[in-house]
Ligand binder design. Structure first.
Ligand code: ATP
Ligand code: MG
Length: 174
C-alpha cells in the first residue's frame, strides 16, 4: 500500500495534540508538552507500507516520548531525506537512555529503570513490536540519546522516487 508520510504524520500528530490539550483524566492530558513539526510541504514522501501498522509504530514512539518526558518539554517530529531514504525522527527532552541500554530497549520486555518504569506503567513491548514492523518494511530503527537530555528515535524507509510515482499514478488512472 502506497502511503504518503507527510499526511500520515500530520494526521497522527493532530490526534496527539488534541489528547495533550484535552482537559480529561487521560494520563497524557494537561502535561504542557509541545509538539514541533518539521514536515515538509514541498516534498512528498511516498512509501510502500501498511498504514495501520505504521500508525501503531508512530503511536508507540509518541507515547514513549510523552511518557518519558517532563511536563513542559517539547517533542520534535521531523521528516526529511537522508541519502536515498526517508528519515523520520522523534526527538524528546526526556530522561534519556544510557548508552549501554540503547540497543536493548528494542528487546521484548526490556525496560530501563525497573522501578521508574513500573511507576510509569507499560509492558516493555512497544519498541520490540515497532522494530519488527519497521524491519518488515525493509526499514531501520534506532535511538540516539543522552541521559537527562533526551532521546531521538530515528527510522529510515525506502521511498518511491518521484518519477516512478508519476508512472504508478498513471497506471492507477487506467
Ligand atoms: P509499552 O509496552 O507500554 O510500550 P514501555 O514503554 O515500557 O511499555 P517500550 O516502549 O518497548 O516499553 O520501551 C522500552 C523501555 O525503553 C521503556 O521502558 C523505557 O525505559 C525506555 N524508553 C523508551 N522510550 C523512551 C524515551 N523516549 N525516553 C526514555 N526512555 C525510553
Ligand atoms: Mg512504550
Amino acid at each position: 500500500e502506497l502511503v504518503q508520510l507527510n499526511t500520515m504524520l500530520n494526521f497522527i500528530l493532530d490526534r496527539f495534540e488534541m489528547i495533550l490539550l484535552s482537559p480529561s483524566k487521560d494520563l497524557n492530558s494537561d502535561r504542557k508538552i509541545k509538539i514541533v513539526r518539521h514536515i515538509p510541504k514541498d516534498q512528498e514522501f511516498w512509501v510502500d507500507i501498511d498504514y495501520d501498522k505504521m500508525t501503531q509504530v508512530i503511536d508507540n514512539l509518541m507515547n514513549n516520548a510523552i511518557k518519558y518526558s517532563p511536563d513542559g518539554g517539547s517533542i520534535t517530529v521531523s521528516l526529511e531525506k537522508s541519502g536515498d531514504k526517508a528519515l523520520i525522527s522523534i526527538k524528546d527532552q526526556g530522561l534519556g537512555i544510557p548508552v549501554a541500554d540503547q540497543e536493548k530497549v528494542f528487546n521484548r520486555f526490556f525496560r530501563v529503570d525497573k522501578s521508574r518504569s513500573r511507576a510509569q506503567g507499560g509492558t516493555g513491548l512497544g519498541l520490540a513490536i515497532s522494530k519488527e514492523v519497521i524491519e518488515k518494511f525493509n526499514g531501520r530503527i534506532w535511538v540516539e540519546s543522552k541521559e537527562n537530555e533526551g532521546s531521538t528515535f530515528k527510522m529510515t524507509l525506502n521511498y518511491v522516487q518521484d518519477d516512478l510515482l508519476s508512472t504508478e499514478k498513471q497506471w492507477d488512472e487506467d
